[in-house]
Ligand binder design. Structure first.
Ligand code: NAD
Length: 355
């Protein structure tokens, strides 16, 4: 399918984990892509393969500031994924996180209005806070602590949704809102403090795996390819959705079960160490995706084991790239056993190579 052929699509946050996959998918659909990113948490390496792509442009800008005037009137579609998503990152500058969600979203909505562009907001399951309703349906209004350390993100995303629906009601912008649940896959940052990237990195380097709380809290993990397909279907839907749409994988498991699967798949000998649960950490999380299934004909296809294998393979390559860049021989004892096992020495990239 070439659903976006010839369209000019602006992806704010396109250098990040999800945004860079979205840029790839849009280009594969035949779109021209303008990525706007401040590189606060995004990385150039996520976009390096697009350097010579004639249908791809990169604009370095912070969406909280005035957007470059050359963007005015250009896009047919605007996807707003710009916002740090992992708690350590968004909490490191909470004021900027809140402003990114509110002022940044308003700046992009105004750009969409001027350009007559469709607008898709990447919202989050965090708008449900620590939910009292399980699984979470879109009609649930949530249970968010408005003054806690997560509020800059949770309340910011709630306010961004409010702005989107105000612009929509006023007939100013065709705005759509996806509430994204935990998503994982290649290009996550090893240092982003989220459970999947933490557990995989720690397992691969043979470090203790950090488990917050007793591990009985639940999450539902969606593989990145499934999520991106859901976002695209929502963007090209020919009808106006009745409200926000949950996108996530309803297969729920405890965080301890996830860690155990990562340990088994990496063959790691890492120990699991417990740390206190962070404040306001949700106890349960599982999307009700009936609305996405009915409206978009969408449901996730990638089983957890397949998604984890692909993600682990990517992190193993990344670990090797770092090893290669510091010129350790691949068979060196300091190259973690789990990485050597997944990539036997004869298949390792040459030392000092780009890996
Ligand atoms: P990420 O941190 O990898 O990507 C965010 C991108 O936005 C980065 O490239 C960053 O540099 C950029 N950015 C941040 N603030 C900016 C600003 N003010 N101006 C311009 N660029 C800015 O995070 P991600 O996991 O890719 O998440 C992308 C979006 O999806 C976020 O809006 C997040 O809230 C949402 N989301 C993600 C998940 C998930 O599991 N990954 C879950 C729910 C919602």
């Amino acid at each position: 399918m070439r659903r976006c052929r010839g369209r000019i699509v602006l992806v704010a946050g396109g250098a990040g984990f999800l945004g860079s996959h979205l840029c790839d998918a849009l280009l594969a659909e035949g779109a021209r892509v303008i990525c706007v990113d401040s590189f606060r948490t995004g990385r150039m390496q996520n976009l390096r393969h697009l350097e010579r792509e004639p249908r791809f442009d990169l604009v370095e800008a912070d969406i909280v500031e005035h957007l470059p005037p050359r963007l005015a009137g250009r896009p047919d579609m605007v996807f707003n994924l710009a916002c740090a998503a992992s708690p350590p990152h968004y909490q490191s500058d909470p004021e900027h996180t809140l402003l990114t969600c509110v002022i940044g979203t308003r700046n992009l909505l105004r750009l969409a209005e001027e350009s007559g562009a469709l607008f898709l907001q990447a919202s989050t399951s965090e708008v449900y806070g620590d939910p009292e309703v399980h699984p979470q349906t879109e009609s649930y209004w949530g249970n968010v602590n408005p003054t806690g350390p997560r509020a800059c993100y949770d309340e910011g995303k709630r306010a961004a949704e409010t702005l989107c629906f105000d612009y929509l009601r006023a007939g100013r912008v065709e705005a759509r809102v996806a509430r994204i649940f935990n998503t994982y896959g290649p290009r996550m940052r090893a240092d982003d403090g989220r459970i999947v990237s933490n557990a995989i990195t720690q397992a691969l380097i043979g470090a203790d795996i950090t488990l917050h709380g007793d591990g009985s809290q639940t999450r539902s993990f969606c593989y990145v390819d499934d999520l991106i397909e859901g976002l695209l279907r929502l963007a090209v839907l020919d009808r106006r959705p009745p409200g926000a749409i949950n996108l996530g994988n309803p297969a729920e498991l405890t965080v301890l079960e996830l860690v155990q699967r990562v340990v088994a798949l990496t063959g790691s000998h890492s120990a699991i160490v417990r740390r206190p649960l962070p404040q306001d950490d949700p106890r349960r999380r599982r999307p009700d995706i009936s609305r996405a299934a009915d409206l978009l004909g969408w449901s996730p296809r990638v089983p957890l084991e397949a998604g984890l294998r692909a993600t682990i393979a990517w992190f193993a390559q990344e670990t090797l790239r770092v090893v290669a860049s510091i010129r350790l021989p691949a068979s060196d004892d300091r190259v973690p056993a789990a990485v050597q096992m997944m990539h036997p020495p004869e298949k390792l990239p040459a030392r000092g190579g780009s890996g």
